[in-house]
Design a binder for this molecule. Structure first.
Ligand code: GDP
Length: 329
């Protein structure tokens, strides 16, 4: 990005809902240039008082479960209720060179033309930690720009579900009827994180199997220990094609918001998330600083080779590497 504005210009543009400036501010956040990063922090500082008011929803599910179709339908429904929404994606597959599960095709065509929706894919070529950090900051910018619903979508592979769960108020897991849990790559842990499950494609011939799956998953969820937040994750069915069930999902999210706001869990969850974010930034920063030291860099390959060969045990190897560090870590 060649042309840069002053922090006040970015902040004012974002706060007045100027899409172009919002996109530029997000690009600034995604930039790795040190001067851009300083500028980005100055912008964030200015908009911070106007953040935190949206409902933050995470959506996950395996490829093909119908995430983009659901978001089209759900997002369009929300805008019909006069909500404005931003859709952000965390795509672990775009971080590797092998291409992207979420980004390859044109997704959410209708929603991308909707004036009350804003879609921003995750930046490619970054580590999951880096993307997570940037998505959180992007979410703040979108909130300051006035979007009152933020959807963070991720494909159900790898660690990204946990990461998304760590930045939203409500975590929705989309599931296919008739496919085994293994087939859906769903670890029990992910189901435990969900605030609701929705069986997708509950239309036409699929309706009966969607209903069966609903009962099965509801029974499975009953076996999980209660989370202590006064909420029991329901299982719903929906169809992005007919739109049936999409409004129930929104009702469920509203209900969850109400209950958890009243019992204080909503605030606690956000406070915990801020703290976790801070801690992971400290970790990333320390790690970066450590590995960037010339002494550490020059010794690392050699030490790792010895560890691989079994001639050096990991514990003394760590001591050896740390003793190379000029900082007294
Ligand atoms: P994603 O990979 O999770 O984003 O899944 P997509 O939204 O791309 O959907 C995968 C396939 O399922 C596409 O061929 C869609 O047309 C189909 N699909 C998605 N939602 C529905 C639905 O509600 N009903 C039916 N019958 N098909 C759907």
């Amino acid at each position: 990005m060649r042309h840069r504005l002053s922090p006040d210009h970015y902040a004012t543009g974002v706060l007045t809902g100027n899409r172009l400036v919002l996109s530029q501010a997000i690009t600034l956040i995604e930039s790795r240039r040190p001067d851009d990063q300083v500028l980005a922090q100055q912008v964030l500082e200015r908009i911070l008082p106007k953040t935190g008011e949206s409902i933050r929803i995470g959506i996950t599910g395996v490829p093909g479960v119908g995430k983009s179709a659901f978001i089209e339908s759900f997002g369009t429904y929300l805008t019909s209720l006069n909500h404005t929404l931003a859709v952000l994606t965390i795509d672990p597959t775009s971080q590797r060179s092998g291409g992207s599960l979420l980004g390859d095709k044109t997704r959410m065509e209708m929603l991308s033309m909707n004036p009350n929706a804003y879609i921003r894919p995750s930046p490619a070529g970054d580590s999951l930690g880096g993307v997570t950090h940037r998505t959180r900051e992007t979410m703040l910018l979108c909130e300051a720009a006035g979007f009152d619903v933020i959807l963070v979508e991720t494909v159900g592979v790898g660690q990204s579900e946990t990461v998304v769960h760590g930045m939203v108020d409500f975590f929705l897991l989309l599931m296919l009827a008739g496919a085994g849990d293994e087939l859906q790559g769903m670890k029990r842990g992910i189901m435990e994180l969900a605030d609701a499950l929705a069986i997708t494609k509950a239309d036409g011939d699929n309706q009966a199997s969607a209903k069966r799956a609903r009962v099965e998953y509801q029974n499975a969820l009953h076996l999980f220990p209660p989370t202590g937040n006064g909420w029991f994750a329901p299982v719903l069915t929906c169809s992005a094609i007919t739109g049936v069930g999409v409004n129930d999902i929104w009702q469920t999210i509203r209900e969850h918001q109400e209950i958890t706001t009243q019992n204080g869990y909503h605030l606690r969850r956000r406070q915990e998330q801020q703290l976790t974010w801070f801690r992971s930034l400290v970790r990333q920063r320390l790690e970066g600083q450590f590995y960037n030291q010339p002494n550490v860099r020059s010794q690392l390959a050699e030490i790792e080779e010895q560890v691989r060969a079994g001639t050096l045990l990991p514990t003394p190897a760590v001591e050896m590497l740390l003793s190379q560090s000029s900082d007294s870590l």
